[in-house]
Each structure stands twice: as C-alpha cells, then as structure tokens.
Ligand binder design. Structure first.
Ligand code: SIN
Ligand code: FE2
Length: 226
C-alpha cells in the first residue's frame, strides 16, 4: 500500500514534536521532580528581580549553631527569611544585618515558584519565604532536612542559576543512599508530600564560568514557612 504523503509522522517528526512538547521532567521521588530549564522563559525578569532584592539585603555568610561559618552566602526575600546564628536556625521577619524587614518577594519569583509547584502536582502554593544562596567554587551544602518550617504540607521549590552543581537527594535518614542529580542554569527541583523531609545537599562546586553570572551558582528556594 502506498503511504500517503504527510499522513503519518516520520521518526524525525516525532522527535521534533517531543522536543517541543515534552516538559523535560525527571522524577526523582514519588512526589519529587526536576523540571529542566523551567526558569529559562522568565530568566530576563528573574535576574534583575534578584539583583534588586540583593541591593536591599546583600549576601552575607552566617554562622551555624555549632560555630562554623557557612561556605554559602545567603540572603532572603518574602514575609520571612531563614537565618542561622549561635542560637539556632529559624525564620525572622527582620534582616538581622539591616534591621529592616526582608525585601518583598518579587512577583516574577512568586510566579515562577507557583507554576513550578503546580506543574509538579502542588497547585495553590503560596510561599512566604524565599532563601537566596550563593555558591562560589568550593562552597557546598552538607546533607540536611528542611524542617524549620511550621508544617510540611507544601513542597520546597528550588531554582538553580549560574554554574552547575551536583545535588544530592537522599532518604529519610542521613545515612540513606543519595541520588546525584546534576543541576544547571534554569533547572527547578520540587519535592513535597512524602518526599518533603528527604535529606539533601550540594557537593563542593567545581570551577566554571557562566556567561551571565560568572563564577558562581545562585540557588533560590521557596517554602511555606509559617
Ligand atoms: C538548600 O538545600 O537549601 C539548597 C539546595 C541547593 O542549593 O540546590
Ligand atoms: Fe535544604
């Protein structure tokens, strides 16, 4: 039988369709996903919005309760911000460095967090905390659980910008085996539900140069803290 021209897609057409339509989502847990490049369509608004936040509340290195200075520098925006010092980890409404409230959460960041959460099965996410972490080569984040929030019914939404990182995604115990997930500029990771309290961390960042951000990685995480 003669195949009618244009009636059936060729293999190449099918790949082309997939490239356009596939969300490039990778599942790393029952309710945990990596959305590849999800932040890229908004990136030209996201970077200036972060810049503005950082002009009001600049990056600083905080001390852990154990007395170590974190290799990651941080700032926050939103109703509350995550801080650490000798007395512990907590959320505050006031930036302890400026004695002023943390900068408001820019609309574009809220939109990014909400759409990534909805895409991952968490519609209606309204984060009140946005932590901005800066990693330079050598900086790392040890395995930890995000559990300074009042409840865990909402996911963590984590946006990676700048040079790559290896994200470790473990289990409910620190000693559980971890998955290694390479994260690149524009990738968004969402973990909630039964995955919400999984241990996670970041291996020491390798030297690299990003065309927009230079020799650094910026990670922006959204949470419902209160
Ligand atoms: C975090 O766990 O707060 C940061 C994760 C990351 O930098 O990817
Ligand atoms: Fe975390």
């Amino acid at each position: 039988m003669l195949r009618r021209m244009g009636s059936e897609p060729t293999t190449l057409d099918m790949f082309a369709d997939e490239a356009v339509q596939a969300p490039r989502t990778e599942q790393i847990g029952p309710r945990a996903f990596v959305l590849r490049g999800f932040a890229l369509p908004l990136i030209e608004q996201v970077l200036p919005a972060l810049q503005q936040v950082l002009e009001q509340s600049p990056f600083r290195h905080m001390m852990t309760p154990g007395g170590f200075t974190m290799s990651v520098a941080l700032s926050n925006c939103g109703r509350v911000g995550w801080v650490t010092d000798r007395s512990g980890y907590r959320y505050t409404r006031i930036d302890p460095e400026t004695d002023a409230p943390w900068p408001a959460l820019p609309d574009v960041l809220l939109k990014l967090a909400q759409t990534a959460a909805a895409e991952s099965g968490f519609p209606g996410f309204t984060p009140d905390a946005c932590l901005i972490n800066r990693y330079v080569p050598g900086a790392k984040m040890s395995l930890h659980q995000d559990k300074n929030e009042h409840g865990y019914e909402w996911p963590v939404v984590s946006v990676s910008l700048g040079i790559p990182a290896i994200f470790l995604f473990g289990g409910m115990e620190r000693s559980d085996k971890t998955q290694r997930v390479a994260l690149f500029h524009g990738d968004v990771v969402v973990w909630g539900g039964e995955d919400r309290l999984r241990y996670h961390g970041v291996l020491p960042i390798k030297h690299a140069e990003h065309p927009l951000l230079g020799e650094q990685r910026i990670n922006v995480t959204f949470r419902k803290a209160q």
